[in-house]
Design a protein around this ligand. Structure first.
Ligand code: NAD
Ligand code: TYD
Length: 356
């Protein structure tokens, strides 16, 4: 059993990282949390206003690629635990500009591993004192056909620059466990949704476009399949794995909610209409089929029975309940959306969709 004393959370101003901190900081007043975030377009401190003054929370503006800064943080905060979220996370951006993904996702992970290796030099004598938790994705396993599931033993087969950079980081984490006995844990999870997700990803983008009666751009024919996990369920899974996961192991995390994109989009748009009191079908009329994403993975699906059987974790949100709450959250938080979509995001959006 691992009981963290001082947790370095990287990327804690992003979507999943901020939900994780909002979940953990008030529940663990005796644990110190340090949030290291570079505040890229995807990182927003407004996500964290509820905990910004908490005595056990400390924010540091900086990059996981900065080896000197990271080593200093380990020493200054006596870090016992790393929960590593920081990443470039959007597949479409990785297709436009892959090198940033290598830099943050791969190199940044190795910088953190190096700092942990140096700082935790008494780890052999204290097997439960330290943990390096690496948050990864099911996309490292490639793409499924109509049948089958990814599991912890599925061979890696990344197919986008994003998933290749995450796969490389997973390999480094495993290599540090094998070569240096670093006490690591890895999770590979499916598509998250919920509050504070940057509105370039499917669900918040489509809620926002539907609200403003803009076209909702469906890639290809909308046949691709994803498994959807509410971010709060993801956070409880991470907390559980951190506490009781077996060192060196990988755990796959799933929401058990597989949907064809078009089916998910119909449900989502119907919920938007319902929340806005619009005539049923109003938002479905905004569906616009656009050019497919290059190399678009067909299907992701996860068998999460290891996490259920070993650690007793299962998701609590069904998709419709989770989506309804998510639609309500975005409609009620238009100030947040205005704040996070600055000029550079609007330029990206133009570039992304103008040629389609
Ligand atoms: P996000 O893009 O919303 O947030 C990423 C955060 O990392 C931002 O706060 C950003 O400022 C920060 N960051 C970026 N580069 C940094 C750097 N060099 N140094 C420090 N901070 C930096 O991402 P997310 O959706 O919250 O994803 C978090 C993690 O979970 C990622 O590792 C991602 O690969 C993984 N993951 C995400 C999903 C998903 O559906 N969102 C699914 C599976 C796995
Ligand atoms: P996304 O949220 O980008 O996550 P990922 O690519 O990591 O799965 O996309 C989810 C699915 O929705 C994916 O199959 C691509 C598709 N998609 C669209 O059809 N239109 C869009 O505008 C976006 C952003 C995604």
């Amino acid at each position: 059993m691992h009981s963290p004393t001082s947790v370095l959370v990287t990327g804690g101003a992003g979507f999943i990282g901020s939900n994780f901190l909002l979940h953990m900081v008030p529940r663990h007043p005796d644990v110190h949390f340090v949030n290291l975030d570079a505040l890229t377009y995807a990182g927003n401190l407004t996500n964290l206003t509820a905990i910004e003054d908490a005595a056990n929370y400390h924010f540091v503006h900086g990059s996981v690629t900065d080896a000197e800064l990271v080593a200093d943080l380990f020493a200054e905060h006596a870090v016992s635990t790393v929960v590593h979220f920081a990443a470039e996370s959007h597949v479409d951006r990785s297709i436009m500009a892959p090198l940033a993904f290598v830099e943050t996702n791969t190199k940044g992970t190795v910088v953190l591993l190096e700092a942990a290796r140096a700082a935790w030099d008494d780890r052999d004598a204290h097997p439960d004192r330290y943990r390096f938790f690496h948050v990864s994705t099911d996309e490292v396993f490639g793409s499924l056909g109509d049948d089958g599931f990814f599991s912890e033993t599925t061979p890696y087969d990344p197919r986008s620059p994003y998933s290749a950079s995450k796969a490389a980081s997973d390999h480094f984490v495993r290599a540090y466990a094998h070569t240096y006995d670093l006490p690591v844990l890895i999770s590979n999870c499916s598509n998250n949704y919920g509050p504070y997700q940057f509105p370039e990803k499917l669900i918040p983008l489509f809620i926002q476009n539907a609200l403003h009666r803009r076209p909702v751009p469906v890639y290809g024919t909308g046949e691709n399949v994803r498994d959807w996990l509410h971010v709060r369920d993801h956070c409880t899974a991470i907390a559980r794995i951190l506490e009781a996961g077996r060192v060196g192991e990988t755990y796959c995390v799933s929401g058990n909610e597989e949907r064809r994109n078009l089916d998910l989009i119909h449900l989502l748009l119907d919920l938007v209409d319902e929340a806005l009191g619009r005539e049923p079908g109003t938002s479905r009329a905004l569906i616009t089929f656009v050019k497919d994403r290059p190399g678009h993975d067909y299907r992701y699906a996860i068998d999460a029975s290891k996490l259920r059987d070993e650690l007793g974790w299962t998701p609590t949100y069904d998709l419709e309940t989770g989506l309804r709450a998510t639609v309500d959250w975005y409609l009620a938080n238009q100030d947040w959306l205005d704040a996070v979509q600055d000029e550079s995001y609007r330029d990206y959006y133009e570039q992304q969709y103008s040629h389609r």
